[in-house]
Design a protein around this ligand. Structure first.
Ligand code: DAH
Length: 349
C-alpha cells in the first residue's frame, strides 16, 4: 500500500479508539498504542525517512495533520473523562431538604434536679455528694434510727454480702467496728458524712439516687431520686425551714403554691413534719393538698453523733423525692416511664 494511503485508516482507527475510551486508563492505553514511542502511528512516521525527496513534503504534511487531529482527540477525551471522574457517583439533588442534626436533651429528672439546685443556690446552698453504697452506721445508726426500726428491715433495704472495712478506721468512736454495707435508702446519710467532715455553719443540698426493695408499680421503683437539705447554724428555727421550703416550692411549682406542715415522726428530727403543698397542679389531680416531703429540726442526738454541741448549734433538714415532683409538675401517672428511655416519652420535655 502506498505510504499516503496508510495514514487515513490508521488515523480513523486511532480516533475511534481514543473517543471510545471508557476511562483514563483505557485512554492512556490507546495513546501508547498509536502515539507512544513504539506506537503504530509513530512507526509510520519513522518510515518518512525512507521516502523519496518528491514524496516527502506531501507525506510529511499529511502525517502532521493526522497527528494534530489525534492529539486534539486525546486532549478532548481526557478532559471529558477527568470531568466524569470528578463528579459524585450519585447525582446531587439540590431540592432535597437539609440533613437535620439530632440534638440531645437532658432527661426530665435531670432537668428537674437542675431546677431544684438552681433555686437553692439562689439562697446560698451548696451541692454535696455521698456514696450510694453506704454502711448501716451512716444510713441509720448515726441518724438515730433504732435497730428495730422497720426501715432497717431487709424488706426495705438492699444489703450487700460484704461487710464494711473502712468505717472502723475512719472514726473509732462514731462508727461501730463492723457496719454492714447497703445501698442507701435515702440521701439523709449524706447529712452525717458532711457534718463529720466540716464544722457549722452548714448549708447543703444533696441530690442523688436511692434504693429500696420495692416492686416496681405506677408509684414505686427500686431506684429513685431524692434531694436532701441540711442547714445548721446558731438560732435556726422552724420559721427558717418553712420560709425556705416555701420559696423553693413556689419556684418549682408556681407562684400561687401554698405549703403546710403536718406533725410527723422521723428519728433524726424533733419536731418532725410532713410537708403538703397545694396549687393548680394538685387541684388538677383532684386534691387540694398533696404530701411532698419530710422535714424537721435536727435531733440533738444526731448532733451528738457527729460531734456538734446541740446547746450551741441548731438546724433543720428535709428530704423529698424528685420523681414525685416531676410527676406532679408534668402530670405523669407512671414512675416507670422515667426509666424506660422511650424517646416518644423523653422528647416531650
Ligand atoms: N429520709 C426521709 C425519707 O427518705 C426524708 C426525710 C425526712 C429527710 C425528714 C429529712 C428529714 O432530712 O428531716 O423518706
Amino acid at each position: 500500500m502506498a505510504f499516503l494511503d496508510e495514514i487515513e485508516p490508521l488515523k480513523q482507527a486511532a480516533l475511534a479508539e481514543l473517543r471510545a475510551a471508557p476511562d483514563l486508563a483505557a485512554l492512556e492505553h490507546a495513546r501508547v498504542n498509536y502515539l507512544g514511542s513504539h506506537g503504530k502511528f509513530t512507526a509510520l512516521m519513522k518510515q518518512l525517512g525512507t521516502l523519496t525527496k518528491e514524496e516527502k513534503p506531501a507525506a510529511g504534511k499529511a502525517i502532521n495533520i493526522a497527528k494534530t487531529e489525534m492529539e486534539a482527540a486525546l486532549v478532548e477525551r481526557r478532559t471529558e473523562l477527568e470531568l466524569k471522574a470528578a463528579q459524585p457517583r450519585e447525582p446531587t439533588d439540590f431540592t432535597l431538604p437539609g440533613r437535620r442534626r439530632a440534638l440531645g436533651k437532658l432527661h426530665p429528672l435531670t432537668q428537674i434536679t437542675e431546677d431544684i439546685v438552681r433555686s437553692f443556690r439562689k439562697i446560698g446552698f451548696a451541692v454535696a455528694d455521698g456514696p450510694e453504697v453506704e454502711d448501716e452506721y451512716h444510713c441509720f445508726d448515726a441518724l438515730n434510727t433504732p435497730a428495730d426500726h422497720p426501715a432497717r428491715d431487709t424488706q426495705d433495704t438492699f444489703y450487700l454480702a460484704a461487710e464494711s472495712a473502712g468505717s472502723a478506721a475512719e472514726s473509732s468512736i462514731q462508727n461501730p467496728p463492723r457496719s454492714q454495707l447497703l445501698l442507701r435508702t435515702h440521701t439523709s446519710s449524706v447529712q452525717i458524712r458532711v457534718m463529720q467532715k466540716q464544722q457549722p455553719p452548714v448549708r447543703i443540698i444533696v441530690p442523688g439516687r436511692v434504693y429500696r426493695r420495692d416492686n416496681a408499680d405506677a408509684t414505686h421503683n427500686p431506684t429513685f431520686h431524692q434531694v436532701e437539705g441540711l442547714y445548721v447554724d446558731r438560732n435556726v428555727t422552724v420559721g427558717d425551714l418553712k420560709g425556705t421550703v416555701e420559696f423553693v416550692f413556689k419556684e418549682l411549682m408556681g407562684a400561687e403554691t401554698r405549703i403546710r406542715f403536718r406533725p410527723h415522726y422521723f428519728s433524726y428530727t424533733e419536731p418532725s413534719f410532713e410537708i403538703d403543698f397545694s396549687s393548680s397542679l394538685t387541684r388538677k389531680m383532684g386534691k387540694e393538698w398533696l404530701e411532698i416531703a419530710g422535714c424537721g429540726m435536727v435531733h440533738p442526738q444526731v448532733f451528738e453523733n457527729v460531734g456538734y454541741d446541740p446547746e450551741v448549734w441548731s438546724g433543720w433538714a428535709f428530704g423529698f423525692g424528685i420523681e414525685r415532683i416531676a410527676m406532679i409538675r408534668y402530670g405523669i401517672n407512671d414512675i416507670r416511664l422515667f426509666y424506660e428511655n422511650d424517646v416518644r416519652f423523653l422528647r416531650q420535655f
